[in-house]
Write a protein that binds this ligand. Structure first.
Ligand code: 5GP
Length: 336
């Protein structure tokens, strides 16, 4: 446990509002009833029948708490500090720009960028931002969101690096034109994929060849994925962001040992170890590393190699990647 806490970690898949813990939600003015609901649904040990929909309901608690620029700023800073405290050396935070009564989508993005920039004064962690398109948005709203995102990327190219497609996987679809446009404009692409069985959509996403994929639970034939999609995947070998506790808590994977990261490790396919929503799923990045070591017999040296591979998959600049590798090598020489 202590080893994983101290290990220099890389987080590539963390949703801002899903990463808020109970303490920060309280500080942001959440009611006891909302917090109780949060606690009941997020406790992995009390797993009863929990649906994806119920898990998605939980995000509303955080969204209610981050409706103002002031609260959003505090929330973003608290998440970055949490990751920094557990020795995460690089974080790609992702969030869906929302317009609220007193905040436009542009102001939403500007606030998160400001929180990231201000953290540089107090934290050593390097942070980049991925902006998300919610799959439940209609085509017109999604296009408008992308326009705002592209405008803000021009303004903050050193922070805003990627575009993500997320939101309830049972709703909406993957609009290839939207993501083609984002890619042409220089954004890296990460897409939530195969969280529910939907072979047709998975094929469309794989053929687009995003820079990274999120989850991919129903992709390997052993996990009910189609052989055709698995073969396309093997040709492309797109890195997969694995979020073990999240998948178990949402009830789509039964236990850690059954997670498809096992097949990725065995077949030497690229992946990263991530939290997804550390607040909603009551986890930490250290815990995710620990579970992978424990359930897949991963030695410290192997973990080090996995994390060095993860650096290659991140959306930082080449110089920043080199510096991250130096930090990791330094740790390796001192400790391992
Ligand atoms: P936000 O984007 O508001 O900062 O973070 C919460 C949002 O991220 C959720 O409302 C949802 O749209 C998205 N999200 C968080 N976790 C997951 C997940 O496991 N799967 C998918 N598809 N979307 C997620």
């Amino acid at each position: 446990k202590e080893f994983c806490q101290k290990f220099p970690k890389i987080e590539l898949h963390a949703h801002l509002n899903g990463s808020l813990n109970e303490d920060i939600l309280r500080q942001l003015g959440c009611s006891d009833t909302s917090i109780e609901k949060y606690q009941k649904l997020t406790n992995i040990l009390n797993k009863t029948t929990r649906t994806l929909e119920e898990c998605f309901d939980l995000f509303k608690v955080a969204h209610n708490a981050t409706k103002t620029q002031e609260n959003l700023y505090l929330a973003a800073q608290s998440v970055i500090r949490d990751f920094d405290k557990e020795n995460t050396i690089y974080l790609e935070l992702r969030t869906t720009p929302r317009s609220e009564e007193d905040m436009s989508k542009e102001e939403y993005i500007e606030t998160v960028v400001r929180a990231i920039k201000d953290c540089k004064n107090v934290c050593s962690i390097l942070v980049k931002l991925i902006l998300s398109i919610d799959r439940s948005q209609d085509a017109q709203t999604a296009r408008e969101s992308l326009d705002v995102i592209l405008k803000m990327k021009e303004k903050h190219p050193e922070i805003i690096k990627g575009l993500d497609l997320s939101g309830n996987p049972s709703v909406g679809n993957f609009d290839v034109n939207l993501f083609e446009k984002a890619r042409r404009s220089g954004l890296k692409i990460s897409i939530h994929c195969a969280e529910v069985k939907n072979d047709e959509e998975v094929k469309k996403i794989l053929e687009f060849v995003p820079d990274r994929l999120g989850h991919c639970v129903f992709l390997h034939p052993k996990h009910n994925g189609s052989a055709e999609n698995w073969n396309i995947y093997l040709e492309k070998k797109i890195p997969i962001e694995c979020c073990l506790t999240s998948n178990i808590t949402c009830g789509i994977i039964e236990k850690y040992e059954a997670h498809h990261i096992g097949e990725l490790i065995e077949s030497k396919l690229p992946f990263s170890i991530c939290t997804d929503d550390k607040g909603v799923f009551r986890t930490t990045l250290s815990n995710e590393y620990e579970q992978v070591m424990k359930h897949f017999d991963v030695s410290p040296k192997r973990l080090y190699q996995f994390v060095c591979e993860t650096v290659k998959q991140c959306f930082a600049s080449d110089d920043e990647k080199r510096l991250l590798l130096v930090q990791l090598q330094d740790y390796y020489q001192r400790v391992l």
